[in-house]
Unconditional design. Structure first.
Length: 478
């Protein structure tokens, strides 16, 4: 079982009569941590920059199609943009988003435990929520964008819901094993590909020559579904790391976890310097072009390691602002996020709508059977387009934040996941859980007391003398 938080299964006793859900007691004012939301908002820019040349546009160029492509020699601006992409864009936003997904699951679990949910009850809530996320992703992948990631995230969270009772130690062992296997596989593949000859370096975009019609979009979506077991295996370790952080409430205790966060940050910087930089240099011809496929392969493996580290860098950088917000909240004053951070925070809170919004805009603009714009565009133009699409979603999310409204897809997802009335503020044990608790209490009673069943719900002074009930001390509200 996990060490923290503990599901307060004894917080509600079977003999209590049904009653309206009561609001859980809070020991302090509720504080929202801005690092996860700001990180999500920033990650969506990286996703827009990465997806446009690799998945949306058909790139026909001599070199570096993964970065948008160029013919002949790149201009100085193209060289700068390629270096930027190699260091900070490709396999950077996706790992960060995966880590943040796990953080969200961990925070939801902690919140459910504070409401009195049992482990089984919390598992049901999490499974329902992320099953709907996977459904959203399925529809998005098949009918709009074959490169969808929400399906993978939903499946990862469903698997994680089966592991919420495991200790941090076991989860870390499992996560590191998966991440190590994937990194080993990509490293061996990259090294082997380096010796295959020039034909191995024809790095073309995934939509080679198409899709030319909507039927091909559907077929690409179906292929994406087939690949889900591989993508789930790649990203699940990052989701697990994030889950541990969320469950341990790392963002509320940055100082206590600073060494761990700094370690991840250092690892991320190492990947950027020792893999991202030479990858970019080989893509622009400073290093031999033949090395590009090697470092691209290494980046596909080691790049995943940057997910937790990028989140750590953002959390450490925002710590002074978070402390100020905490102080204002605890003092009963309005906690105002700095103006320059507010749009990022707003988009992060509506990241699903922002992500799907990108797909809708790109689908309308660049598909050969829609407006068919920007095919053949230079790297600077592609970069400007990717930034503009992200900016539209950023400003839209900020407008919704000012208006006090959720994102449209977040609103729908919450309604489907939690129902019209949302989750109850206090969990009600199911008949099965009541029977299971009674059986466990009866089995733990002293031998001399087994002939007289204990009265569940007796006064606290008596309950404290019972070993079974003493072990079921409810978790303190937060």
């Amino acid at each position: 079982m996990v060490n923290q938080p503990t599901p307060p299964s004894a917080q509600q006793t079977p003999s209590q009569p049904p009653h309206p859900p009561a609001r859980p007691q809070r020991t302090a004012a509720k504080v929202r941590y801005i690092a996860p939301d700001v990180a999500r908002g920033a990650a969506l820019l990286g996703i827009s920059l990465a997806n446009l040349p690799t998945a949306w546009l058909t790139i026909d160029a001599e070199h570096s199609t993964h970065f948008g492509g160029f013919n002949g020699s790149p201009t100085v601006l193209e060289q700068i943009l390629i270096m930027f992409q190699a260091m900070f864009v490709h396999v950077r936003g996706l790992p960060m988003f995966s880590t943040l997904l796990g953080v969200g699951v961990g925070m939801i679990l902690a919140s459910l435990y504070r409401r009195g949910y049992t482990e089984a009850g919390a598992r049901r809530v999490i499974a329902r929520r992320y099953a709907f996320l996977a459904l959203f992703g399925f529809l998005h992948m098949v009918f709009l964008f074959y490169g969808d990631i929400m399906t993978t995230y939903g499946l990862c969270a469903l698997l994680l819901s089966l592991m919420i009772g495991l200790s941090d130690k076991l989860l870390k062992i499992f996560a590191w094993a998966l991440l190590g296997l994937w990194t080993l596989f990509t490293t061996v593949t990259a090294v082997a590909a380096t010796f295959l000859g020039p034909e191995a370096f024809e790095d073309e975009a995934l939509f080679v020559g198409g899709p030319h019609n909507y039927l091909e979009v559907l077929s690409m979506g179906a292929m994406g579904l087939v690949m889900q077991p591989f993508t789930v295996g790649n990203l699940l370790p990052l989701v697990i790391f994030g889950f541990i952080w969320g469950r341990k409430d790392v963002f509320a205790n940055i100082d206590a976890n600073k060494k761990m966060l700094q370690g991840w940050a250092a690892l991320t910087i190492a990947v950027i310097v020792f893999i991202g930089v030479p990858w970019g240099l080989s893509a622009i011809g400073v290093l031999p072009y033949e090395y590009e496929v090697l470092f691209q392969g290494l980046n596909s493996g080691f790049g995943l390691w940057t997910g937790p580290g990028t989140v750590a860098i953002i959390a450490l950088a925002l710590q002074p602002i978070q402390k100020k917000l905490n102080d204002e909240t605890l003092a009963g004053r309005p906690a105002r996020i700095p103006l320059w951070l507010a749009p990022f925070n707003a988009l992060g809170k509506r990241s699903m709508s922002g992500y799907l919004g990108q797909s809708i805009i790109y689908f309308i603009l660049v598909m050969p059977f829609t407006l068919n714009l920007f095919n053949g565009a230079s790297i600077p133009v592609q970069t400007l387009l990717a930034f503009a699409v992200w900016l539209v979603t950023l400003l839209g999310a900020w407008a919704l934040e000012i208006a006090g409204k959720p994102g449209p897809f977040e609103k729908l997802h919450r309604r489907l996941s939690y129902g019209k009335d949302g989750l109850p503020e206090r969990y009600t044990l199911t008949p099965y859980e009541i029977a299971k608790m009674q059986a466990a209490q009866a089995a733990m009673l002293p031998a001399q007391s087994q002939s007289k069943p204990a009265q569940i719900g007796e006064p606290p002074a008596q309950a404290q003398s019972k070993p079974a009930q003493a072990q079921e001390k409810p978790a303190q509200g937060n």
